[in-house]
Design a binder for this molecule. Structure first.
Ligand SMILES: [Zn+2]
Ligand SMILES: [Zn+2]
Length: 236
């Protein structure tokens, strides 16, 4: 029986990690500090849809003294990141000590609207910086309508060239995906585990990877998949 994607299990996982001695970092902190404690975890959330699902997880983390990184899309057809409600959510995340970054889709934006990719990213990042009033230093590629995904853009245009500190999958600045256990919940309701960039057949819940003391752990958790009482499945 797989673990439920319930908020109370998310809390259990984090409590278990803290009790085991894991230290948590945002992506921006990881780039800046290169932590070398015995057990290190970077917790990342991509807001593909349903930003209203973010605060519950953010509050659990904040209550436990954990800071995470939340990537928001600015061009989602499914939500308006700059609406009153969603901007308030982003600003609350910042107030709780979390990092907010751009879930970038520059190639999709060019395909749909003809916007030049570097311009699209810079305008989006400046918009977030201006409205949040804090540095926005990271982007994570979102996989959507383009055949491969928006990572292709960053392979040829490193985020640093755009005045950013990192792209979430890069191999030179953050350099975490190729050097960690990357555990993600985002694939058709199954967990996937990548060992130093290579997909494994391990489909265990994040709690099992914490129990196995894997480090560094790079965790991508999508708040829209998690729920308080009952999984009302969302179309995507
Ligand atoms: Zn995404
Ligand atoms: Zn579990």
């Amino acid at each position: 029986m797989p673990c439920p994607l319930r908020h109370d299990h998310f809390r259990e996982i984090l409590e278990q990690a803290l009790a085991s001695g894991y230290r948590f970092y945002t992506c921006a902190q990881y780039v800046a500090r290169r932590p070398d404690e015995e057990l290190v975890a970077v917790l990342r959330h991509d807001i593909d849809i349903l930003p209203e699902r973010a605060p519950a997880m953010a509050s659990i983390e904040a209550e436990l003294g954990i800071s995470a990184t939340y990537f928001f899309r600015l061009h989602a057809n499914e939500y308006n990141a700059l609406s009153h409600e969603n901007l308030a959510i982003m600003r609350d995340l910042v107030d709780q000590g979390h990092e907010v970054g751009l879930h970038a889709e520059p190639l999709d934006l060019r395909a749909s609207c003809g916007v030049e990719p570097a311009t699209g990213i810079q305008v989006a990042v400046e918009t977030l910086r201006g409205l949040l009033g804090v540095p926005v230093v990271g982007v994570a590629s979102h996989n959507d309508i383009t055949p491969d995904n928006n990572l292709d853009f960053f392979r040829e245009h490193p985020a640093e060239q755009l005045g950013l500190a990192y792209e979430a999958y890069d191999e030179h600045a953050l350099n975490l995906f190729p050097t960690s256990w990357y555990i993600t919940d985002g694939y058709f309701w199954r967990w996937r585990a990548f060992d130093h960039g290579r997909l494994t057949d391990n489909e265990d819940c994040l709690c099992k990877h914490v129990a196995a003391a894997r480090t560094p752990l790079y965790c991508l958790v999508h708040p829209h998949l998690w729920y308080a009482q009952h999984a009302h499945r969302v179309r995507y």
